[in-house]
Design a binder for this molecule. Structure first.
Ligand SMILES: Cc1cc2nc3c(=O)[nH]c(=O)nc-3n(C[C@H](O)[C@H](O)[C@H](O)COP(=O)(O)O)c2cc1C
Length: 318
């Protein structure tokens, strides 16, 4: 049992409750993580926010630097947003020189969201980053809808998903998590393929492909035409998919999609997830991660549970 600070950003109350979780090879002090692409590299985020973080997943990178898509890259939609950033990033050398040294000073783990156009590229990226101080693990992105090459292709096909997972697994002993796309007929098939190929955990889910039309211009609002839909609009879909993934495998599943408050995170946790990631919420409420963390703690306290592990899960294996 550890003494956890509740709502460091909101009040100074301390409650004796254990929010720590073991997820895919990492021991986290809490179940709430920052989702890839919505927290940058963590360097601009106030210290208070970082106190509530179980872990952070960095913006997705490729081996080489990328400029991403042309603007407009973000459009607000009912209860959500569409983004087509196009995986802008500094590439592996920039990540190692500019960000990893900062992460090495932090008291929570940082996973790098890795991307490639072939299984070999994913493997090479993992081997370049393996052993770099500050990098605690990998989240393999086989689910980005906003790139021309790779992206969704790997996440749609169980053989391709397994090949990428295996290519990374062979190059590192660090935890390997695989981020699944919701754009599939049966997420359980992909989940099992990644588990069999050596994944330590799965993250469910990435964004759904969507489109929004500008009525005056009579063309898509995003320069990439389509974008990834995120936010509360996708939450019930995401809870269902995360639940299906959790039922399909024995490795932990991290729930993602439209989490704004502690209660939203608890839906994923009760549906069988070991932990959660918060993304879009941070765009509208910079305190979102701390509030989700505190909301989970408050629920456990008010239901007489002393730790997250004691939370009953709804996970029928029929
Ligand atoms: C602006 C933006 C950028 C994102 N970039 C990435 C990325 O680089 N890699 C990735 O795997 N997911 C990326 N995502 C997806 C999120 O990590 C998350 O899976 C998704 O937004 C659903 O969660 P949410 O509804 O809490 O935002 C991005 C999402 C947004 C909104």
């Amino acid at each position: 049992m550890v003494d956890v600070a509740i709502a460091p950003a909101l009040c100074d109350q301390r409650v004796s409750i254990d929010l720590s979780v073991d997820v895919g090879g990492l021991k986290l002090r809490g179940p709430v993580m920052a989702a890839s692409g919505t927290f940058g590299y963590g360097t601009e985020v106030p210290l208070l926010e970082r106190l509530a973080l179980g872990a952070m997943v960095s913006k997705g990178i490729f081996l080489r630097p990328r400029a991403g898509s042309r603007p407009p890259r973000i459009v607000e939609t009912p209860s959500g947003m569409l983004n087509a950033i196009g995986l802008q990033g500094p590439g592996v050398d920039g990540l190692i020189s500019d960000y990893a040294p900062q992460w090495a000073q932090w008291d929570f783990p940082v996973l790098v969201n890795i991307n490639g156009e072939s299984a070999d590229e994913y493997g090479e990226l993992a081997s370049r980053l393996d052993g770099v101080p500050g990098i605690a693990g990998f989240e393999i992105n086989i689910s980005c809808p906003n790139v021309e090459q790779g992206g969704l292709y790997f996440g749609n096909d169980p053989r391709a998903a397994a090949a990428v997972t295996e290519a990374v697994r062979k190059r590192t002993d660090l935890p390997v998590w695989v981020k699944l796309t919701p754009m599939v007929t049966d997420i359980g098939v992909i989940a099992r393929a990644c588990e069999a190929a050596g994944a330590d955990a799965l993250c469910a889910v990435n964004t759904f492909v969507g489109m929004s039309i500008d009525l005056n211009a009579r063309q898509p609002r995003l320069s990439f035409r389509t974008g990834g839909l995120s936010g509360p609009a996708i939450r019930p879909l995401a809870v269902h998919l995360a639940h299906q993934a959790a039922r399909a495998v024995s490795i932990p599943v991290v729930g993602i999609g439209g989490i704004m408050r502690g209660d939203d995170a608890l839906e994923f946790l009760i549906a069988g997830c070991a932990a959660v990631q918060v993304g879009t919420a941070t765009f509208v409420n910079p305190r979102a991660i701390a509030q989700v963390h505190d909301g989970i703690a408050a629920y456990l306290v008010s239901h007489g549970l002393g730790s997250l592990v004691e939370l009953p899960r709804y996970l029928p294996k029929d």
